[in-house]
Write a protein that binds this ligand. Sequence first.
Ligand SMILES: C[S@@+](CC[C@H](N)C(=O)[O-])C[C@H]1O[C@@H](n2cnc3c(N)ncnc32)[C@H](O)[C@@H]1O
Length: 468
Amino acid sequence: MPARGGGRGVCATATLAAGDLVLVSRPMAYVTSEFGTLPDVEELVASTKCSDLCANQRALLLDLHAGDDIAQEDGDVPGSGATEVVTEERLYGIIGCNSFGEEFTDFASSLARAPPPERSPQQQPGGGGPVQVQVGHLGLWHSFSMLNHSCCPNAVNYVVGDSMCVFAAGHVEQGSELLINYLGAASLRPVEERQAGLAEAYAFSCGCPRCSLELLHGCSSSSNSSAGSMSVSEELQVLLGRCTDRAAELQDILAGPSAPPTPGDQLAALTELCEQAAADLAAAEALMTPAPQLMMQLMQTQQAGPGQAMLWLRAAAYEMYSQRTAIAEAAARCMEAAEAQGAAAAEATEAAAVPSSGAAELTERLWAAAAGALESQLGLVAAVAPHSDLHLFLATKALALAQAAEGRARAREGAGQQSAAAEQVVGSEAALARCCAVVRGRYGRQLSDGTVQRLLEGAAVGLSQVAV
Ligand SMILES: C[S@@+](CC[C@H](N)C(=O)[O-])C[C@H]1O[C@@H](n2cnc3c(N)ncnc32)[C@H](O)[C@@H]1O
């Protein structure tokens, strides 16, 4: 694969579906840190140096790509032998190009790895040490290191214990290259930032279809531009800048020192923020809708269907979708609190204890808006980070919202009230089926129903611990 630094890659030897196991790799070096932080690279370097590598293992280590400069300076051909010395510079190069780390092990599988309740909560199976469900880790795995990157990956990886597992994350034709995402959450940033990140960390320029499509579209000038001379990319940056400012405002409204004192005030401030966020998102969506001729050209050069091409483009504005969900959710919670306060006050004065149906309807509308915003967010993640942790996280969150909406609808029916807004929410059965499909795509197509259930329970607990 001459277009890839180091020249190698991994291709499917058979046609694959999401959730097919591609490889399991044992670590050559592996370090962890408590409290979920990412260990320092120096720790992995020190651990690799200290480990007593046999000739075979040293040959495998030296076989790894260390960056184009280092390979050229050494006149090295990968896989050239066990007798070479692993210099410090080379080791840093190898670790820089090939290590993989996470701030904490993913929330679903970490809980699923904890012992079942009948065992002591502190004991590993077989009586080992305490189980750490949230540790940060960094490691080096040889066969995993052969996988190249794409911003629209077709494979997904995660660590169990200290082993690296890789699964297909969608349909993969026999002979096609398997590609993973090196960028983590940064994969949901615009193309210029992704390219800069990859150039800095790995010294290559990504030529994946999503990058090419976005670059081509981003260079075109925006017909919406008030200045008339801004490119799509520049205009998107302006909108994303406003999104960042709004995030600070949201923080202030929810927790800052100048937080408005009553849920009513808070709701008014959130409603205003929600309107601004919706207007900016609509502007971004218009910006990311190419003119028909450009769309034809983009699809022909990138071999992507129109739906796919659109999702790839819109994923550059992901932060705005995510913010719209956060604001709508905050507004719904706020209205719910106001509704509960109203009910409590009515009860205290022995007035009608049932909250007014107008308030109830508004609460439902806000929850339906939050669920709708989450569905848009989920669609983007499914397109650019299929079966990732984030995909599972959002699917689980959508399931929780659907179940809560159904619970409220039943409670209101019990109180003789109607709620039309709840019907807009994806039903919990559909949301559960989607969650199970995401789990199977991430953790293995062949999982039993019991294991899927256990992983979903893990994801639900993780959801309650992580605020996004
Ligand atoms: C983990 S290695 C992947 C295997 C590597 N191609 C090899 O032959 O050893 C990471 C390196 O592969 C190269 N690489 C990965 N993805 C790439 C891509 N999409 N385009 C070009 N080079 C890529 C970069 O040089 C990067 O530093």
